[in-house]
Design a protein around this ligand. Structure first.
Ligand code: ADP
Ligand code: MG
Length: 253
């Protein structure tokens, strides 16, 4: 069964159409790349899928069930995890605590929270702590070894991987990543690609927004290209990189 189905989705913001009649499917074992120039509507699409903002028209279904009107934290609980284009970590919490935050789907969904309020969230703290350790180890042994460090002490690339670890806390079947490789060096992108392939082999579908074509080429089964809110192409990266419309709108620049 198709995991996620985006159908005829349009999103308007006062006078501006950020997405127009966009449709595509994501299968349970797929890694889908979402590419296109700045302002194409990529982040908006993730915000629609996660319920942060509603579509103006169209439908979004998870395993056949419409997500329209479902609150972000409930969408997270249904198995959609995400990271943000700009780093969303609690700098003064430890690496481990940042993953523990992810067990509260309200946090994962992007609600603001005070650090003081977090402790009340960790009712079964020992159990949550143990699960958070397990997830950190799954993403990166090196990150696990640094679990007591403060998030702000991590190098940039590790911060981005920590965000992925946090997104895994809700046990997602679909992971949405908004420019996870931005600011990463080539070898760091290679490590991130390995992480994503491993998570995918473990049964997770992924939608990844990225400008670093090295990552898109290395991990995706298919790529959706957006330009000015419209889907201009869908296909393997091999086809995408040779498509004249895509080259003109994006890759050729
Ligand atoms: P991308 O992630 O592809 O760079 P975005 O989805 O962030 O693009 O933005 C697409 C368009 O929608 C841009 O023109 C942006 O300014 C506009 N936009 C996004 N969010 C909002 C908002 N909350 N209010 C008004 N305009 C928005
Ligand atoms: Mg964006």
């Amino acid at each position: 069964m198709t995991l996620l189905s985006i159908s005829h989705v349009t999103r308007r913001f006062a006078g501006l159409t950020a997405l127009e009649d966009v449709s595509f499917d994501v299968e349970p074992d797929e890694v889908v790349g979402l590419i296109g120039p700045n302002g194409a509507g990529k982040s908006t699409l993730i915000n629609l899928i996660t319920g942060i903002t509603p579509p103006s028209s169209g439908d979004i279904r998870l395993r056949g069930e419409s997500l329209l009107g479902v609150k972000p934290h409930l969408i997270a609980r249904k198995g959609i995890g995400r990271t943000f284009q700009h780093i969303h970590l609690f700098d003064e919490l430890s690496v481990l605590e940042n993953v523990m935050v992810g067990f509260d789907s309200r946090m994962t969904a992007g609600y603001a929270a005070t650090v003081l309020g977090l402790r009340s969230v960790w009712r079964e703290e020992a159990q949550v702590r143990e699960k958070a350790m397990e997830i950190l180890g799954r993403v990166d042994e090196k990150l696990l070894a640094q679990c007591s460090a403060l998030a702000r002490e991590l190098p940039y690339a590790d911060k981005r991987r920590l965000e992925i670890a946090r997104a895994l806390a809700t046990g997602p079947s679909l992971l949405l990543l908004d420019e996870p490789a931005a600011g990463m060096a080539p070898q760091e992108i290679g490590a991130l690609a390995d992480d994503l392939r491993r998570l995918n082999r473990e049964g997770m579908a992924v939608i990844v927004i990225e400008h670093k074509m090295r990552l898109i080429e290395g991990v995706t089964d298919k790529v959706i290209v957006l330009d000015h809110g419209r889907k201009i192409f869908e296909g393997s990266f091999d086809l995408v990189k040779r498509n004249p419309d895509v080259i003109e709108a994006y890759l050729g620049r």
